[in-house]
Design a protein around this ligand. Sequence first.
Ligand SMILES: Cc1cc2nc3c(=O)[nH]c(=O)nc-3n(C[C@H](O)[C@H](O)[C@H](O)COP(=O)(O)OP(=O)(O)OC[C@H]3O[C@@H](n4cnc5c(N)ncnc54)[C@H](O)[C@@H]3O)c2cc1C
Length: 283
Amino acid sequence: MKNNIKQFCFPTSAKEAASLINRLKSKAVVVAGGTRLSRALLPTVETVVDLADLPLKHIAADKKWLRIGALCSVAELEKSSLLGKWACGVIVKAASHWSNALARSMGTVGGNVARAHPHNNLPPVFLALDAVAVCTDGRREIIIPFAQLLEPGLMRELGTRYIVIEVRVPAETRTWSCACARLVLTKTSWEAYTNCVVAVEQEDGAVRRASVVIGSVLPRAVRLGKAEAALIGRSCGEAAACAAETAAAAELQSLTTGAPAKAYACRTSGVMVRRCLIEAFNR
Ligand SMILES: Cc1cc2nc3c(=O)[nH]c(=O)nc-3n(C[C@H](O)[C@H](O)[C@H](O)COP(=O)(O)OP(=O)(O)OC[C@H]3O[C@@H](n4cnc5c(N)ncnc54)[C@H](O)[C@@H]3O)c2cc1C
């Protein structure tokens, strides 16, 4: 492969990395685990900014947040005992859905959310858990809620203007009842028909708050507001899960404008929502 790379830089802080990319603009490309680094680098690229040395491999919790460093690999998420106990282990479960061991051990959290391919496993789970991403442009840090981060305009700025430092998940999600599931052709498929995550806060056996998120069906992961509304205040049981299934399938059908090619994905997404909710309610 022909390219015009002249130098590799190994910044030691996110601030330094962000300053480099803002100074070099289209002459620089950022690489973390390298699993998605484009095989067709733009001819303008002369500098590779390798994030490997950034001290961003932490997984820790304090009173306000669960903090996951952008350089954590997917395999590290899977092995974390803290994450295993957080929100029914839903982040670990999403990591275990990775298609292959190589991508799992090299791919990072930052790379997964910065280039949020519709089939990526982490954006739906972070969206369901009300997470935010902490980013820097080298001058200041900004905190971006996941729903905003996944918008195409902002996404283009990740790795070109901003470096993702960490993902923060609110501390109160630790006790939420969660579940996730993917419908895939084979275990090694990265592309799924549907990728579902639910997160429920229960109070006295009823749903106080709910996130219902679907990935893979639309260009980016989405929260299904109507399915969530169908759950609020209802007792945590099969009837509520069935109501959410119907609402989710209808909402997705409308979001996909009834496209026949998406009909199966909409229907099976509804089924996944029901199954995940029943699993979450029973936890
Ligand atoms: C064979 C194969 C199978 C895969 N299977 C799956 C799967 O099952 N599920 C899944 O979700 N994904 C899968 N992926 C996709 C990929 O492995 C993951 O998305 C991974 O997490 C990307 O992380 P990375 O560190 O390798 O990113 P890189 O390739 O290093 O970076 C990708 C881009 O993201 C940007 N970037 C990286 N880190 C940061 C940061 N901290 N701040 C700002 N920008 C940044 C850069 O602009 C970079 O160009 C697969 C990939 C391959 C090649």
